[in-house]
Design a binder for this molecule. Structure first.
Ligand SMILES: CC(C)(COP(=O)([O-])OP(=O)([O-])OC[C@H]1O[C@@H](n2cnc3c(N)ncnc32)[C@H](O)[C@@H]1OP(=O)([O-])[O-])[C@@H](O)C(=O)NCCC(=O)NCCSC(=O)C[C@@](C)(O)CC(=O)[O-]
Length: 301
């Protein structure tokens, strides 16, 4: 199929990146500034918040305030993660442009993450989808653990395909395939994608790869050759997953944009504006910058 000429970056740093931070809850104003700056750097799809239980994920407890605080830039979609109807109501009131529903290919991970089975999670999403449609809010779907599960190990691509298909049939316009613990390798990623693509058109699939084992860029390059052109990333490689011990952050936005620039694939993102954002947010939250490009370019600042 060959590489695409354009790619859409879905920046998940403000949500996936920050949700796992231990220590004090990050100030709302920092989250708001992060989102605003990412939009100014040319990112037009930002997962800004998560309307989940603050008992489960304390860092996302100020989702409504974050959504109310951002300066909306025309042409930017501000998305929110919603596990259930309560979350969907919050996201709709907060004027999210998109809600993201999330399940997994592994029963054990689903149980740890949202305290139900995969089938129950799909049931829970039915009213979420109805409410979103009624309010003209787009629905994105996630399938986690597509290349391995922290509790079950190997995952059958057929199981990934089945859950992805269910989310598509419910009304998701796009399904993001999460290598939650970053254990995938390129050939494995391509095989998984090929199986899922039997059920969901590849132009409705996104890659959401964590970089725990340093394989994320290689895996992305592999699946892009098979038609994937939507990539979830996190500035400075922020993140992890509270229910996947040891998982490191998403692939860093800076590293992906640098690679795509080198391949001549357009993203509309200004890398010179993006790099200082990664350095700034990591300083704010007392973390090391997980982007190699961010570190390298900062040396020249
Ligand atoms: C789904 C539940 C709520 C079930 O949680 P539960 O304990 O089974 O359900 P519950 O209905 O008994 O709710 C527990 C408490 O939370 C409240 N509650 C209930 N819902 C909400 C809500 N929406 N917003 C705010 N509060 C809520 C509810 O009112 C109650 O409060 P209490 O009565 O005890 O005072 C919980 O398990 C949960 O919130 N889980 C979220 C976990 C999460 O956010 N995980 C990270 C995101 S997934 C991810 O990162 C992977 C991804 C997407 O990036 C892709 C990848 O990398 O693979």
């Amino acid at each position: 199929m060959g590489l695409p000429s354009k790619a859409r970056i879905v920046e998940v740093g403000p949500r996936d990146g920050l949700q796992n931070e231990s220590g004090p809850v990050i100030e709302t104003s920092i989250k708001v500034e992060l989102i605003n700056r990412l939009a100014q750097a040319g990112i037009n799809h930002i997962e800004a918040a998560s309307f989940v239980s603050p008992k489960w994920v304390p860092q996302m407890g100020d989702a409504a305030q974050v959504m109310a605080g951002i300066t909306r830039k025309a042409g930017v979609a501000y998305a929110a993660l919603t596990p259930n109807m309560r979350g969907a109501e919050g996201a709709i009131v907060a004027r999210a442009d998109e809600v993201a529903i999330f399940s997994a290919a592994s029963e054990s991970f689903t149980r740890k993450n949202i305290n139900c089975s995969i089938a129950e999670s799909i049931e829970r999403f039915i009213p979420v989808v109805e409410a979103a449609k009624k309010n003209n809010v787009r629905i994105r779907g996630y399938v986690s653990t597509v290349l391995g599960c922290p509790y079950e190990g190997e995952i059958d691509p057929a199981q990934v395909a089945a859950v992805a298909r269910e989310l598509l049939d419910m009304g998701c316009y796009e399904i993001s395939l999460g290598d939650t613990i970053g254990v995938g390798t390129p050939v494995k990623a391509r095989k998984m994608l090929a199986r899922v693509a039997n059920e969901v058109p590849v132009n409705q699939l996104a890659a959401h790869f964590h970089d725990t084992y340093g394989q994320a860029l290689a895996n992305l390059y592999a699946v892009m050759q098979d038609g994937v052109s939507v990539i979830d990333t996190s500035v400075a490689g922020l993140g992890g997953c509270p229910y996947a011990k040891g998982a490191s952050g998403n692939v860093a936005t800076e590293d992906v944009v640098y690679m795509l620039n080198g391949l001549g694939i357009e993203t509309g993102i200004d890398l010179d504006k993006l790099v200082p954002i990664g350095n700034w947010i990591t300083q704010q939250i007392g973390r090391t910058n997980g982007s190699k490009v961010g570190l390298a370019m900062a040396c020249g600042e």
